[in-house]
Design a binder for this molecule. Structure first.
Ligand code: TYD
Length: 138
């Protein structure tokens, strides 16, 4: 696995089988960190948006286990949109990247794994604070 510390799509193993396909990921093998926590976003009403923040420390890996949605990243001055719509690849997001999730399909299921416990103090929820933080750390 070659993963630089930038946001990128990571393709997972896909074991094809006439009985149904199987995919998986393991700590530090397919994804570049050890998993401490997992959560999922489901039953998203039409037009809703999630996220809208950055993390100071935590890294995440996001998979669309079902349906589809977009992950929009602000990296410096660039805005990049990743459409997730298959369960055999996901998006790795390093620390320090502002993101939001939107354009959810009906029955979309976003599965997210993180390398830290939940900590509200790790969130940057204010875009101006984020911009200050990014500028300061560059
Ligand atoms: P938040 O990460 O702000 O949601 P979004 O996906 O929109 O960014 O989480 C919403 C609330 O859920 C937050 O106020 C606290 C709670 N929460 C936990 O208790 N544990 C968790 O692991 C997560 C991700 C959220």
């Amino acid at each position: 696995m070659e993963v630089t510390d930038r946001a990128q799509l990571i393709y997972l193993p896909k074991i094809e089988d006439p009985r149904g396909n199987l995919s998986f990921f393991e700590n530090s093998v397919q994804i570049p960190f050890d998993i401490k926590r997992m959560y999922w976003i489901h039953d998203v009403p039409g037009g809703a948006s999630r996220g809208g923040h950055a993390f100071k420390e935590q890294k995440e890996f996001i998979v669309a286990l079902s349906g589809s949605f977009d992950v929009v990243l602000n990296i410096g001055n660039n805005v990049e949109t990743f459409s997730l719509n298959r369960s055999y690849y996901g998006l790795y997001i390093p620390a320090g990247v502002w993101r939001h999730l939107g354009n959810f399909s009906t029955n979309a299921l976003a599965f997210i794994v993180s390398d830290t416990d939940y900590s509200e103090t790790d969130y940057i929820r204010d875009i101006e604070e984020y911009e200050r933080h990014v500028i300061k750390s560059n």
